[in-house]
Design a binder for this molecule. Structure first.
Ligand SMILES: [Zn+2]
Ligand SMILES: [Zn+2]
Length: 312
C-alpha cells in the first residue's frame, strides 16, 4: 500500500524566501483499515509486547464512570466489563524505525509504541499517553491475552486497526507561527500574483488562508513537522526536566482531511469518492475530544525526559 500527496500548487518558499529556512520534514502516516500484526507499523494494531513485561495501566481515578453508572444504570456500562481500579491502556500506534526514519530512538531501539487511557482526565480533559522505545530484536517471547480497558470515555478513543503508508513530505509553519512581518506578506494578494495562475483568484480576499490550509501544515496523523494551531494561539512546550523547547513527535488526528484542506488528499484516495464521508476521511475512527487532535512532544536533548501533549 502506498499513498502519495499531490505536489503543493505553489512553491511557497520560492515566493516567500523567509519560509525556506523554516521547512521541516514530516512523515504522514496515512492509516487505512487492515489487519496489522505485531511485526507491522500500525495504528490500533497489536503491539510487539514482551511476555515478561507488565501491561501499562492508568492509575488515575475513573470515578466518572461511577456517575454514568448511577445515572443511567447497567446499560451505560454493559459494553465494557465492569471493574474497579487501574485501567489497562489501549495500543494507539506502533512505529518501526524502518518505516518512519524521522524517529530518533535512544540507543539500539528501533520501535516506538504509544498507548493511552481512553478516558478524558482532569485537569485538561485529555487521555493520558505513555511512550515505549524498544529494540524489536530483543522481544523473543510475545505476551498473550493482553488486557482491554474497562473505563472508556466513548468509542472515539478506541482505534480501528489500521496499516500505515508512511510518506515523507515538507511542511512550513502554521500561519500563527510566523513573524508578524511575514504574516503581513502572506495577507498581501499582490505577493501571490507573482505565482500567476497557480494560485486561484478565489483566494484573493484571504490568501493567508490559502497558505494555512493548502501549503503549510499537513492534516492527519503524522510524525514530526510543524504543529497546527486553532484551538489556541501557538503554545510552545518546554521540557519539565531541562527546560528545552520540545519538538513535535506524533500528531493523533480526528480526520485526515475535511472540506477546507481537500488538496492534501492522496492521489490513491481521490478515486474513493465520498471524500466528505467522515468514515472515509477518518479510517481509525479516532475522535480526540470529539473533533480535535492530540500533539505529542518530546525533548530534543534526551528520550529519557518526559514527553508532553496538547489538544489542538
Ligand atoms: Zn485513565
Ligand atoms: Zn529535556
Amino acid at each position: 500500500m502506498s499513498r502519495i500527496t499531490p505536489p503543493r500548487p505553489v512553491d511557497v518558499a520560492a515566493l516567500f524566501p523567509q519560509l525556506a529556512p523554516l521547512a521541516r520534514p514530516a512523515i504522514r502516516l496515512h492509516p487505512r483499515p487492515g489487519s496489522p500484526t505485531s511485526n507491522d507499523s500500525s495504528v490500533g494494531g497489536p503491539l510487539l509486547w514482551p511476555a515478561d513485561e507488565p501491561w501499562p495501566h492508568c492509575d488515575e481515578s475513573h470515578d466518572q464512570i461511577d456517575e454514568l453508572y448511577e445515572a443511567y444504570g447497567v446499560n451505560a456500562a454493559e459494553d465494557y466489563e465492569w471493574q474497579d481500579g487501574p485501567n489497562p491502556m489501549v495500543p494507539l500506534a506502533q512505529l518501526y524505525m524502518r518505516d518512519v526514519p524521522l524517529l530518533r530512538p535512544p540507543g539500539q531501539a528501533d520501535l516506538l509504541q504509544v498507548l493511552w487511557c481512553p478516558f478524558e482526565h482532569e485537569p485538561d480533559y485529555k487521555p493520558p499517553t505513555v511512550l515505549f522505545w524498544r529494540s524489536s530484536g530483543e522481544v523473543t517471547k510475545l505476551a498473550a491475552g493482553l488486557p482491554g480497558p474497562f473505563a472508556v470515555e466513548y468509542d472515539g478513543y478506541i482505534p480501528r486497526p489500521c496499516v500505515l503508508a508512511p510518506e515523507q513530505i515538507t511542511e512550513y509553519p502554521d500561519p500563527m507561527d510566523v513573524s508578524k512581518e511575514l504574516q503581513q506578506q502572506l495577507r498581501d494578494w499582490s505577493n501571490w500574483q507573482r505565482a500567476g495562475s497557480a494560485v486561484d483568484s478565489s483566494w484573493a480576499p484571504y490568501p493567508d488562508a490559502f497558505y494555512g490550509s493548502q501549503l503549510s501544515v499537513a492534516p492527519g496523523w503524522k510524525i514530526g513537522g510543524w504543529p497546527q494551531w486553532g484551538l489556541t494561539d501557538p503554545n510552545a512546550r518546554f521540557c519539565a526536566a531541562c527546560d528545552a523547547k520540545m519538538e513535535p513527535l506524533l500528531t493523533i488526528a480526528s480526520c485526515e482531511w475535511d472540506s477546507s484542506n481537500i488538496g492534501w488528499v492522496p492521489y490513491e484516495d481521490q478515486a474513493l469518492g465520498s471524500l466528505d464521508n467522515a468514515r472515509v476521511a477518518n479510517p481509525p475512527r479516532i475522535q480526540v475530544s470529539r473533533k480535535y487532535r492530540l500533539q505529542l512532544y518530546v525533548c530534543p536533548n534526551s528520550p529519557d525526559h518526559p514527553h508532553t501533549d496538547l489538544i489542538q
